[in-house]
Design a protein around this ligand. Sequence first.
Ligand code: GDP
Length: 202
Amino acid sequence: MTPLSHATMAAIMHIKSATFVRGVTNSENIIQDDLPQVVFIGRSNVGKSSLINTLTKQKKLARESSTAGRTQEINFFLINKSFYLVDLPGYGFAEGNHDKRDSIAERIGGYLFDSAINHYKIVLIIDTKVGMTNNDKAMFQELVNNHKDIVIVANKIDKLNQSEKQKNITAIKQFVGTCPVVPFSSLEHIGTGELTQAIFPK
Ligand code: GDP
């Protein structure tokens, strides 16, 4: 894995530029250069687009699920010309449509488990109110089996009261063991600093 220089790390803490590079449905178009790729994944509606926009301080970098289409592509954004932020399609989408669901699952797996790609971190987003679904657990296990460096986001914590928050975050932590778990809310702007730190530890 390509190590990041101190200059890059410093730049990352302050997002100066974020540009959409490419939306990919075909594995041949996946970007494979020397820049590290920070990947965001979660089930549909988990709040992934909102989180990406909050984290990058861009209003509309990632499109929210109300605008379908782009949400089924693997989207590459170049941040500070130093790393890619990769927005994967939400899993569990198109539940009734097996062909579509299977092709999205294949697209996600083909990208995530291709050893030629320089994945720097995989950020797995969980809806804290819902807890880890079977799909979330299966995805986490697959990432562990493939030795990925994982950060878990316990998202939408604004929806929970203090005791629910503690109970549900503890349950997530028990499942993921030593992986960092970052409580987050785009709505209340909670967790951006901690998530940046977890992705790019000093
Ligand atoms: P995506 O499908 O994972 O990209 O999810 P979106 O970002 O489109 O969000 C899905 C829904 O969750 C939308 O209705 C958002 O307004 C809502 N949402 C996103 N983030 C948060 C959050 O931090 N708190 C709450 N309460 N709702 C959120």
